[in-house]
Structures are given as C-alpha cells and as structure tokens.
Design a protein around this ligand. Structure first.
Ligand code: GUN
Ligand code: ZN
Length: 428
C-alpha cells in the first residue's frame, strides 16, 4: 500500500449549499484532518480518529490553519493576466482599448507559453487550483494553457475564444475555422489527464449567427463538453445585441436560437436578466457565474445572488481575470459580500466559502472530483492562515467562533493568507 499522509488543521464539511440551507449545513472541526493517498482524499474526520485509524501514516500538522479545498475560479481569461487593472473604461471600450491588443500578442506561441505559466503560478499562489479559462482565438493559446497546466498537474478547463466579427484584424476567425479549430483542440485535449475542453464563443456581439450555429453544432456533437460565454453584463452591450440580432426575443435567445443553451452551458455575469431569460436558464439548469470584482471594476452592475438562488439557479463564483481586478478568490468573496450588501443581503461566510469551492465546482460539473474534501475526491487543497497580517490577526484574535475567525480573512485577506497549496497531495 502506498504512503498515507495525514493533514491536521481546522476543517469544514458541507452537507448542502449554505445559500439554501444556512450555515447549519456546515460542520466545523477545530482539530480535524484529512488522510491523503495516491493524490486522493482517503478519509476525513477528527485528527485523533484518523491517527488511530492510520497509525503508520506520516503527519503534517498545520496547527490553527483552516484546511479547505483549493479554490475553483469558474470564469477567467488567462490571456488578460498582464493587463489586469487597466484604468478608466467600461466593457466595450475596455475590450477595444486594452483587451484585444493584448490578446493579439498570443499569435506568438512563446508569449502564450510565458503568460500561461505566469497566470497558473499566480493562481496557485492565491490558492486557486482549478479554473475555467477563455484562451484567445489562436489555437496555440489553448495548447499553451493546457500544456502549462499539465506541467503543474492541475485540473483545468478552457477553450479557444471564437470571434468572427466586431474584433480587429488578426483577432477574427470564421464560422468554419472556429468549428474546425475548436474541434481539433477538443479532440487533442478533452479528457487528456486533468484537462477538459470548453466550447467558447466569446459573446454574441463578436460572433455572426453562422458562427454561433457552427459552435452549437459542435456542442451537439460533444454534449459532455461545457460551453461557456458571456451574458447580459452591461446595458450598452445588451442594446448592441438587440441591434445585431433583431429577431431575438432577448440576449439569451441569441444563444438559444443557435443551439447554445443547455445544462452544460456556463454563462458569465448574467446581471441584467429579463424574467424570460431567468426562467429559461432555470428550466434548462444552466450555470451562472458571478464575477463581482469585475462587475464593480468595469461598472457592470449588481448580480442578484439572493434572487437567483431563491429561484433555484446554479451559481458559481469567479475572478474574471483581467476584467476582474484581482487573482484572489478571497478578494472575490469580499466583493460578492459587498455586492450582496448593496442589494440588501448579507452573505454568510459559509456561503462565500462554498461558492468559491464546491459551488463553482458544481457550476462546472466537476464537484465529484474537486471543490470538496469528501473521500474519493482529488487532493487539491489549501491551508488558510487566519492571522496572515497584523490587521487581520488583531481582529481574528477576538473571534468567538469559526465564522467570526474566518470572515476578516475573507474581507481583508489575499495571497498572504494562503500558507500552502497542494495539487493531488503534493505541496506546490
Ligand atoms: N465580454 C466579452 N468579452 C469579455 C471579456 O473579455 N471580459 C469581460 N468582463 N466581459 C466580456
Ligand atoms: Zn469574461
């Protein structure tokens, strides 16, 4: 039998979605543990119980740190790493001024490889072990991403961003080449090691109806793949979509009419939804991804977390690097808290932690593998130092329960709070 390692720390275990069932569905163990063997979680329980059950196991004691599943970032653009936090624009101008010129550089495979590696190292330092990324229109940007993730042993999802209009020369494909290139990349990468291919039309304004149809056809051929795109992020964008697709009932209908609505669809932002759109998304059990630092940074609007969850929608959480202003899922949880406050709801720390781990994993259909520490899951986990700065330490010192102890780290923490990141049981 191969070696077993016990990790002792504070642990949480979720028996449901705390957004729905409240923090009572979470149990806290101040002296908990996981047992890891062959890159997977073998068991979870009390530290002394696991020590008794596995007397030969090596022990790593993380003291008062909180051991969590690695964060799952459900919507990022790794090619935007080097231009994150670019000043002064709203969505359409931001894309044209900053994003498209940067994405054009990914024509160069060496540049794509450099940024893919840089992005994944930043993500790991921030405790993010899995993400779902847009690449650029260049197939080599997809190869760079999956190769860099494989070199680090990470479970990642992503795909070639498709655009055949309203983008500059050098950053457009065609309906046919988007289909052909996406298909070739899907065949090359989907299910290779820990990689999953995601069919990725950027959003309706940068695709012709023909391109959306071609990608809808590809999805119908590979229904087990996810399809990701953007939906109803800014009001100017929605007005533009209305002009480009005069036949469509609403923004979601531009996807639905071309075979791009389904349970494996992952829709980023989803802020300004019409009642029909909400009903259809719910009916098909699509996933919505909340990107709160992006929504405040680009000035998009306030996602209706409470209303959407009450309606039974599946919701994940994401940085939206580099429209989002941080690589950190802690900063992202803080922004989600603030956005919800502006809409009159205080999200409990258990709900924020769930969204950043199991919730995002559920939105991406991978919660049987990552986003939890249930026995059998892949041993991607982090330890969170609940006193990582003087400001946080003086506040958490007077906490009288785990939620009061972790909330200052959610609101004020960053990569300094991540004291360790493990991929398949190996410290990075
Ligand atoms: N909508 C279409 N493309 C993008 C993008 O790159 N970032 C964000 N935030 N929204 C988009
Ligand atoms: Zn995005």
């Amino acid at each position: 039998m191969s070696e077993i390692t016990l990790h002792f720390a504070q642990t949480l275990s979720f028996s449901g979605n705390p957004l729905v069932t409240g923090s009572e569905s979470v149990s806290h163990d101040a002296r908990g543990a996981i047992a890891v063997q062959n890159g997977r979680v073998l068991a979870r329980g009390g530290a002394e119980d696991l020590r008794r059950d596995y007397p030969q196991a090596a022990v790593q004691d993380h003291g008062a740190a909180l051991l969590l599943p690695g964060f799952v970032d459900a919507h990022v653009h790794y090619p935007q790493t080097a231009m994150i936090s670019s000043w002064g624009k709203r969505l359409i101008d931001w894309l044209n001024t900053y994003t498209f010129p940067e994405e054009m550089r990914f024509d160069d495979p060496a540049y794509a490889a450099e940024i893919a590696g840089r992005y994944l190292d930043l993500a790991l330092a921030h405790g993010t072990t899995t993400m779902c990324s847009y690449c650029t229109i260049h197939p080599q940007s997809v190869d760079a991403y999956f190769s860099a993730a494989a070199a680090r042993g990470m479970r990642v999802l992503g795909g070639k961003t498709c655009m055949d209009r309203n983008a500059p020369d050098g950053l457009r494909d065609t309906a046919q080449s988007a289909y052909d290139d996406s298909k070739a990349l899907l065949v090359r990468w989907h299910g290779q090691g820990r990689a999953s291919y995601v069919i990725t039309p950027r959003f309706s304004p940068t695709s012709t109806p023909d391109q959306l149809s071609a990608l809808g056809a590809l999805w119908a051929e590979h229904p087990d793949c996810l399809m990701q795109t953007h939906l109803s992020e800014q009001t100017d964008e929605i007005a533009w979509v209305r002009g480009l697709y005069p036949q469509a009932r609403d923004y979601l209908d531009t996807y639905e009419a071309h075979g791009l609505l389904g349970a494996n669809g992952v829709y980023g932002h989803a802020i300004h939804l019409e009642p029909r759109e909400r009903d259809r998304l719910r009916e098909v059990e699509a996933a919505l991804v909340h990107c709160p630092t992006s929504n405040t940074f680009i000035g998009s609007g306030l996602f209706d977390m409470a209303g959407l969850v009450a309606q039974g929608q599946r919701v994940g959480l994401a940085t939206d690097t580099g429209g989002g202003s941080s690589f950190s899922m802690l900063r992202t949880m803080a922004a989600a808290y603030e956005v919800a406050q502006l809409r009159g709801t205080a999200l409990h720390p258990s709900a924020l932690l769930w969204l950043a781990t199991e919730g995002s994993a559920q939105a991406l259909g991978i919660a049987d593998r990552v986003g939890t520490l249930a026995p059998g899951s892949e041993a991607d986990f982090i330890t969170l130092d609940l006193a990582s700065t003087a400001a946080i330490a003086q506040r958490s010192a007077r906490a009288d329960d785990i939620w009061d102890a972790v909330f200052p780290t959610i609101m004020m923490g960053d990569d300094r709070a991540i004291s360790g990141t493990w991929i398949c049981g190996v410290l990075q």
